[in-house]
Structures are given as C-alpha cells and as structure tokens.
Ligand binder design. Sequence first.
Ligand code: DGJ
Length: 567
Amino acid sequence: MKKLILFLILNCLAIEYIIGQNSFLQKQGTATQLVVHGMPFLILGGELGNSSAACPQDIERIFPKLKKMGLNTVLVPVYWDLTEPVEGQFDFTLTDKALQQARENDLKIVFLWFGAWKNSMSCYAPLWFKENHKKYPRAYTQSGKPLEIASAFSEAVYEADHRAFSQWMQHIATVDKKEGTVIMIQIENEIGMLEDARDYSREANKIFNAPVPAEFMTYLNKKALHPQMLKKWESQGCKKQGNWQEVFGADIYTDEIFMAWHYAKYVEGLAQTARSIYNIPLYVNAAMNSRGRKPGEYPSAGPLAHLIDVWHCGAPSIDILAPDLYDNGFTDWVAQYKLHNNPLFIPEIRLTDNNSVRAFYIFGEHDAIGISPFSIEDGSDSPNSPLVQSYAKLTELMPLLTKYQGKGLMKGLLFDSENKERIIADDDLTITARHFFTLPWDSRATNGSIWPEGGGILLKLSKDEYIVAGSGIVLEFTKTSEKQTIEKQKQLGEDGFALKNDQIKTKHDKFKGMRCGIGYVDEVKVDKDGKLHYVRRLNGDQDHQGRHVRISVGDFKILHVQLYEYQ
Ligand code: DGJ
C-alpha cells in the first residue's frame, strides 16, 4: 500500500512537472510530438538570415511579414558577441525585441545560441574573447596551424560560453515563463572541425591517447547501434576497452568519433544548465556530410546521423539531432534523420518553392516535428506563393495530422521529373500516386519546363475513406485482388501453361471480383477540432469522371475521398 501511495505521488509530481512546462516532447505511437501549451504542434517555420536579428528595426520590419506568410514559428539567432559585448556585462535588447515582435505577430520562437561555434567557426564569440587567444585557445590542425575555431578541450572556452549562455537562459526564464513564446532552443550552430577531422592541440592529443571513457564503452555494449557505428566497432573486434585508435582503428573516422565525443560533452554541459533554468526541448543542428566529402572536408564530428550514438551518449540532454539541408537528395537525407531514436526536425533548408510540398511529405511520411526554410524573410508573402499556400493548408490540417501521427495511417508523397510514381499497398487497395505532370493534358509536362516538385499527404481515416492533401499529385485506387486476378491470369492458363498475349485479353474480359470506385471527392476545410467541412464537390472533369483524385501543380487543396466497391 505504502508503495502504491508513493508511486501515485511520484506520478502526480511528474505530471505536474510536465504540465508546468510550456513546451515538451511526448511519444504517440512511433512519433515524437512537440507539445506547445498543452497541444501537439507542428512547426511551420522559417529561420532568419544570420544578420537579420541584429537590429531592432529589422526585427520590427520582418516579423509582421512572417505572420503574413503564415508561419507559426520563427528561428532567431542569439549572438554571443552582442549579448556580452563587454566581458561580464549582458545586453538582452535584441532578444526582448524578438519576443515582443513574436507575441505581437502570433509567432513562437526557437532561439539559436550562436555561442562558441557557428558553422564550425567562432565568429560570434565577442572580441574580448577572440583577442585573448592565450586564455581562450583555438583548435589546431595536424600541421600546427591555429584555426578560428575555439578549442572544445579548453575549460576557459567552455566557462566563458557557458556563463553567457546561462545568463541569457536566466533572462529567458524570467521574461518567458508566463507566455511560453520560446518553444525550443538550438545550442550552438553546425558544430564541426574543419581542415582536419579532429583538433590537434596539445590538450586534445593527450586525451586522444587516453582510454575511451567507460561511459561510452558501456553504451556501445548495451545499445542498438547505428549500422555505421556498429561496423566501425566491429572492425576492431568489438573491444571492451582501449584508446580511441585501439577501439575504432587508426583513421580519420576514428578521429571524428573522438572529436564528436568531446563536442557532445561540451554541449551536454550547456544543455543541462538550460534544462535546470528553463526546461524546454533542446536540439543541435548539423551541416551534412555531403557530396562524397571526408571528415574535415565537411564539418567533422557534428551531430550527424552516423554519429548519433556518440551524441546520444555524450549529450543525453539533447532531444534532437537536426539536419540542415542544402543539397540534392531530400528524401534520402530526411530518412537518415528520422530514426527510432531521433525525431525529424529540419531547422534549415534552402529557400525554394519545392519546400511547399516537401513540408507535406515530411509530416505524412516521417511524423516530422517541423520545417524551417533558411533566410525566410527573403521569401514571398503573396497569398499565391507556394509556401504561403502550403502553410495555410498545413495549419488547417494540424489537428488532424497530430491526431494521427505515429499510428501508421499516413504516407508522404513527393515527386519530381525523375521520381514520378509511388505505389502503396493498403489492405485490399493498391494506390498509385503520381506527379500531376504524368497526366497528358498539362503542356508544362512536356514543353521543357522544369517540373516543380509535387507532393502531399495521404491519410487513412477509415476503410475506403482518405484525406488527400498537397499539390501537384494524382492518385488512382484499385482493388489489390483485382490486380492479382489479372496477374494470375497473365501467368497461367487453364491447362497451367503460360498464356499467349491474345489469350490474356480473353481472360481479362472474364473479370471476376470487386472493383474500387470513387464515391465522391470533396474539397474540404478542417476546423480547429479536426472536423471536416464541405467546400465543394469535385466530380466530372475534376476527377476524370471518377477515375482519379488530383490536385494540380500550383493549387493546394485538402480533399476528402470516399471510395466504394462494386461488381
Ligand atoms: C547553414 C548555417 O547554419 C546558416 O547559419 C547559414 O550560414 C547557412 N548555412 C548558409 O547561408
């Protein structure tokens, strides 16, 4: 009985603790949801250009535009150099201006702490820090060249960065506890070593030759590792102890693991402080290891997917490793970051109209937490711009998407001129989804125009009932059994022999089984409770007389599709 009472008290305390938080992460099925003011939330965001939050007038000019564009969240840099221009003296003017403007324009904020590192470099460290290179040492290349990258192995660097970050966090806790405008914090920006895969300072070399910490060795032994980490550990026979090269081999990928461990440990210190002051979700962002580059050619040791075990073990207070996407291969990149142990959040992506449909894709396919094109203030705020249309529809869809996240009922669709089609098996249905330009009647499909990406979400509400939302897509629904009958007939005749082509035709004529038809396609609006409201029926030419469901390129729609079966 005593145990039960204690359990109940502890439970109440835990619930109390979570309810007290303005934003937190929670699990729903296989999804991780961001909850803001008690409601699951999708970040329809944008990140400001690096220097766009450095002047109060710019903030005043930009934020109303972001509201007009339909964003619900803005990612805003916080600059260490302007926050602590004189050592020990802090100035939060820009932070306060961003908060005030966000509140006036119904925006949430994700602040980005541009502290010791920004894109590997230490350009946002204050001048007093930069000049005092004896006290605040740099990382070194193997050839002994100092870099404009503060050393992660220096206590003094950590303490200076940590002190400024703590002061700023304390300020946030004071000015934001009631309103909860700040929903997440990014610690540092695109951490990573350049030129070489690790720091070669004297301090770094010493630690490099010491044993791999027991904490990490235990993690390797106990956890299901990322395939690349497992391969690396196996390559030296899964040693239980040894220095970094003994455990992982002597190459730059080992250097990268070593470096990642120390970056992660450094970040963990800041993250723990943040949590103790103002407990909201925390993440780190990574520059991708793209285009065949090696560690050091890309920022080595950042929070990259293949280093997730190092980062998880070294920085357990960090909730998300988030990819910054500037290269081709969008679907491959996002799949690398939606892992069983990492939710997908895209804090930066190159500003392009294609983001409008990619947003649908990541919410449908990967239960993403959000997306945020970079330098968002340069985007268009015209109601016809693709991102504005997309965010408007996704805002409407939010109650539905968050209700169905993590339950295996949603798919994301994304097509371009090379990847034109996806076939989805869903119980007894085969759903063929394609780019809108696969239809013969749009001249842009064949006149040499570059195909804008088409994409959307397919959400199953119940048997034969779907939501199809997005832009530039067309879907056909057939019974899987119908197809199987045809295939079987194709292969074997009555005598068990393969049929000739003319015989197959005869067999087709003798169709047996059920077929799938379109009962209706309605364009709908979704209200705040996730209820559907009829706008118009799309029949006749608009669904090709009942043959398909489509949304043209340039249009963004939410469709309610009811199928039926007939014989
Ligand atoms: C990624 C960085 O995180 C951003 O701050 C910015 O520098 C962009 N690259 C490119 O402009």
